[in-house]
Write a protein that binds this ligand. Structure first.
Ligand SMILES: Cc1cc2nc3c(=O)[nH]c(=O)nc-3n(C[C@H](O)[C@H](O)[C@H](O)COP(=O)(O)OP(=O)(O)OC[C@H]3O[C@@H](n4cnc5c(N)ncnc54)[C@H](O)[C@@H]3O)c2cc1C
Length: 431
């Protein structure tokens, strides 16, 4: 059996988005040995995603440089968490090897993912998430001249539209489900966060419509048009792509696997990792920061990450100094949640034959009489496919109020050698 390396660090940070980068930079002056792992090819997380079609903003470059300046920070990009083999230990894998990493303190900065909800036609080629389209364009997908409809809810729709326009696509409609009054209230509150007010002005788009939701996508081999319910009126728009996202869901799987407590469900039924004023979770030695503790934007993630980084190395004084900044962005997050809460009509999007689990072809009608997630999984195969319920689990939580089951290893697809090495525990100690 191949020997599996066992490595050690004082502080392990999972996730190199704004929260993880800020946590590492705050903790570094303590001299602790810090490892930051992230499954993306470079640090930056969702907002500062790199690629041939991306242009990194100055803030992203600044944080990357800050990571590089500290010799005691080791960044492991392209690295995934596979399992939790023991308390204070994670099983990791990159493109070349699997290994175990022992930590004294852990900070979870695992971010959030888009909430994708089923509607007729959502499995057609050309239909993606709103953030998903952004990621594809940044990775080099050519969209020049394509007509794109962006639908769903929240400011991410505008960010996705800006990315598409910068890549020379034609954004023919941005359909926001929230009512005009809610969006106007949000816009009116923005002067409290001047940077956000400026950002909103740069993202303003003449194709933006409130009280608009998707009804269906039509097409054959590729999406050809979208039907929207716009202020109560049906509208059909020809398009080449639809990008549709209904806000964000915190990535809590690893935290749950470790045994961290969750917050009560939010207005969309989603739960986040529960943290206290020091960003500590319910477990000693584990902190959490950023959107795995609830979505609220990159500035909040940075403030939370900074506090978590200081707190994890025992620097309470500096941690406290960032509480005011975090409170400011907590207020922004609360405004965001209030303004873009999903309307009850969104639950009516799927029709009886609409697939909810697209991996296993399970339609809405097959799930309607299930008693919960386990019943749906065992009797209808919902969530048993390639995505392992990452998409349909969130949709079912929103549509039916089902609590997702505790995640089981492996957390992500892993090579047999990694799993086999774990069973052998043939340790090779490396510092
Ligand atoms: C698809 C998408 C696109 C977005 N685009 C924008 C945008 O354009 N503008 C904007 O203002 N906000 C955007 N957001 C919101 C944005 O996520 C946040 O404001 C900010 O990036 C949150 O920072 P974070 O550090 O909490 O999490 P993230 O930035 O999400 O970083 C978390 C990191 O952890 C990694 N990770 C998670 N789990 C594991 C694991 N088990 N193993 C290894 N690595 C792991 C992820 O790959 C990711 O790199 C987007 C969100 C999503 C989901």
């Amino acid at each position: 059996m191949t020997a599996m390396a066992l490595e050690h660090c004082d502080l392990l940070i999972v996730g190199a988005g704004p929260a993880g980068m800020a946590a590492a930079v705050a903790a570094a002056p303590s001299g602790a040995s810090i490892a930051v792992i992230d499954d993306n090819p470079a640090p930056g997380g969702q907002i500062w995603r790199d690629g041939p079609g991306a242009s990194l903003p100055a803030a992203a470059r600044k944080w990357r440089e800050a990571l590089e300046r500290h010799a005691n920070i080791r960044v492991c990009s392209g690295t995934r968490v596979v399992a939790v083999p023991a308390r204070n230990e994670l099983l990791l894998e990159d493109a070349e090897r699997g290994w175990r990493m022992q930590w004294k303190k852990l900070i979870l900065c695992t971010g959030a993912r888009e909430l994708l909800l089923p509607f007729p036609g959502w499995t057609l080629p050309g239909v993606t998430g709103a953030g998903g389209l952004q990621a594809l364009i940044k990775a080099g997908l050519p969209v020049e001249g394509e007509r794109i409809v962006i639908a769903g809810s929240g400011p991410l729709l505008l960010a996705a539209a800006a990315t598409a326009r910068a890549a020379d696509a034609k954004v023919v409609r941005i359909a926001e489900q929230a009512a005009f009054a809610a969006v106007a209230g949000f816009a009116a509150s923005l002067p409290r966060w001047p940077g956000k007010a400026v950002q909103a002005m740069t993202l303003a788009d003449p194709q933006y419509r409130t009280a608009s939701r998707i009804v269906s996508a039509q097409g054959g081999a590729q999406v050809e048009s979208v039907r929207l319910l716009q202020g109560g009126r049906g509208v059909e728009i020809d398009c080449d792509r639809i990008a549709c996202g209904f806000g964000l869901t915190p990535n809590t799987q690893l935290g749950r696997m470790l045994g961290c407590a969750l917050t009560p469900a939010d207005e969309n039924g989603a739960q986040a990792l529960a943290v206290d004023a020091r960003q500590a979770t319910s477990l000693p030695d584990i902190h959490a920061a950023g959107e795995c503790t609830g979505f609220g934007g990159s500035e909040r993630a940075l403030a939370q990450g900074t506090i978590a980084g200081y707190a994890a190395v025992g620097n309470e004084r500096d941690a406290k100094q960032h509480e005011g900044e975090r409170a400011r962005w907590d207020a922004f997050a609360a405004q965001l949640h209030r303004s873009f809460a999903l309307a009850p009509g969104i639950k009516q999007m799927p029709q009886p034959d609409t697939l909810v689990c697209r991996c296993e072809d399970v339609p809405f009608s097959a799930l309607a009489d299930c008693s919960g997630w386990t019943d749906a999984k065992l009797h209808r195969r919902c969530g048993m496919g390639a995505c392992q319920g990452r998409v349909c689990g969130d949709a079912a939580q929103f549509l039916f109020g089902w609590t997702p089951p505790a995640p089981r290893p492996p957390l992500s697809p892993a090579r047999i050698a990694t799993l086999a090495g774990l069973a052998g525990h043939a340790d090779v100690d490396r510092q």
